[in-house]
Structure formats: structure tokens, C-alpha cells
Design a binder for this molecule. Structure first.
Ligand SMILES: CC(=O)N[C@@H](Cc1ccccc1Cl)C(=O)N1CCC[C@]12C=C[C@@H]1CC[C@@H](C(=O)N3CCC[C@@H]4C=C[C@H]5CC[C@@H](C(=O)O)N5C(=O)[C@H]43)N1C2=O
Length: 115
């Protein structure tokens, strides 16, 4: 159930997707790249994790809602840009600060991911 699902981390980042066909990163969501509030939710009952991001702008558009598979590789490409593959696509987070990047990476690698 929903009891117990909690946000274990909250950061600001621009959420990107890699467009494999055109070999370029595109901002997730409909409009131009802008910051989202990105959270990692943990369901302790099922011990599952999910990354959810909502635009900071008024519309709060959900730009990422991605289950994190146990053992997934989390790649810290640079201090400010981290990325991972899900079965369909590659996600990239351009963090608002290196501190946010480190916080998020610690939650991911301390939880389901391998670094
Ligand atoms: C085996 C595997 O899957 N490898 C993956 C990585 C990975 C490894 C292990 C586990 C999971 C994964 Cl996901 C891989 O290498 N991938 C995933 C898709 C894209 C990419 C492939 C090629 C390009 C070349 C350059 C590089 C790149 O994209 N960047 C360099 C570092 C930061 C730099 C930062 C920001 C973004 C914002 C726009 C663009 C710019 O700064 O203008 N940019 C960048 O240029 C960014 N690439 C990648 O990351």
C-alpha cells in the first residue's frame, strides 16, 4: 500500500533524455530545458525505488517517473551530470549544484544502484 512510501532525497536538476537517433540530449517534458524537483521514492514494503521529477514551473509537469532496478549502473559522468539506462532510454540529470549531485548519487548508490 501507500503507507510507508517516502521520499528519501530531493534535488533540483534539469532532466534530459538521450535521443539515440539524432545522437543528442533533449530536455524531458514538453518545453525548453528548465529545472525540476527530482525525488527518489522508496517503498520499504517492496523495497523498490523510483525517480520522480516535476517541473518547478507552475504546471509541475511530471518529466520523469522511472522505476530504478536493483543493481542498475549509475554513471556519474561529471560532478554535475549523472546518467543511467532504463530498458527504453537513457536518462541524464544536470544538477543545480554539485552538492545536489552528490546527495542524489549517495541515495542511488546507497540504495538500489551500483556506481
Ligand atoms: C555504455 C553506455 O551506455 N555509456 C553511456 C554512459 C553510461 C555508462 C554506464 C552506465 C550508464 C550509462 Cl548511461 C554513454 O556514454 N552515453 C549514454 C547516451 C549518451 C552517451 C553516449 C555518447 C555520448 C558521448 C558524450 C557523452 C555525453 O553525452 N556527455 C559527456 C559527459 C557529460 C556531458 C554532460 C551533459 C550533456 C548535456 C548535453 C551534452 C553537452 O554537454 O552538450 N552532454 C554531454 O555531452 C554529456 N555521451 C554519453 O553519455
Amino acid at each position: 500500500g501507500c503507507i510507508g512510501i517516502s521520499s528519501i532525497c530531493q534535488v533540483r536538476a534539469t532532466v534530459m533524455l538521450y535521443d539515440d537517433n539524432n545522437k543528442r540530449w533533449v530536455p524531458a517534458g514538453s518545453d525548453s530545458p528548465s529545472f525540476s524537483r527530482v525525488q527518489i521514492y522508496h517503498n520499504p514494503t517492496a523495497n523498490t525505488f523510483r525517480v520522480v521529477g516535476r517541473k518547478l514551473q507552475a504546471d509541475q509537469q511530471v518529466v520523469i517517473n522511472c522505476p530504478i532496478i536493483k543493481g542498475m549502473k549509475y554513471n556519474q559522468a561529471t560532478p554535475n551530470f549523472h546518467q543511467w539506462r532504463d530498458p527504453k532510454q537513457v536518462w541524464g540529470l544536470n544538477f543545480g549544484s554539485k552538492e545536489d549531485a552528490a546527495l542524489f548519487a549517495n541515495s542511488m548508490t546507497g540504495g538500489p544502484c551500483i556506481s
